[in-house]
Ligand binder design. Sequence first.
Ligand code: ZN
Length: 236
Amino acid sequence: MGREQGEQDRPADVREQGAPLSETARGKKREKAGDQDGKISGRALGRMVEAFMRLPGIGRKSAERLAFAVLGMPKEEANSIAQAIVDLKNSSRYCAECNNITEDEICGICRDEKRDRTLVCVVEEPSNILVLEKTGTFRGRYHALLGALSPLDGIGPEDLKIDSLMDRLRAGGVKEVIIATNPTVKGETTALYLSRLIKPLGIIVSRIAYGLPVGGDIEYADENTVQRALQGRREM
Ligand code: ZN
């Protein structure tokens, strides 16, 4: 696939830039790209591209663009990006209570006495907490599972932060658990599993509603989304 991309893209790129290449030069370039399986030359540059490609949502083309952007930066700027990555990894850890990302033992949300202790919102990843916090509407606390159940991938309850969630709930004080796992097979499986586990404790278990995106059109939504929107309706 990398080879195909390299062979298809390179000549087009050259044409776009209007650089007149002789047939032999073009042939050579193509041969070089083929030899390297579509990878760009330069070992450090290649490593940078590979590194960016490990990030979510970044394909080879974007990774190459980013790598060249770094290459074109003043040295201090590139250093500060590298340092930010090192600092992030060195200073960040999971909150001992909710598994949110924090630099301290306990995260700011768990330390905030003004937040509702009776309400816990369960999410798959700490990044989901950030998204929910941006809405500014939820004043309870969170619990990140650090994943979702996936029997096919061999991910069971023991691989997630479910035990610590149950410990928190058994400690008392929580009246409702809102399950905000993703609307995927894994997320739904996890939600169902948790609901069966939590309900016997006498705690209300709710699932966040899924529906149409704001500004969206019903006509373009898939049946599952419309079905969810209907199920998640509320009285006006
Ligand atoms: Zn926390």
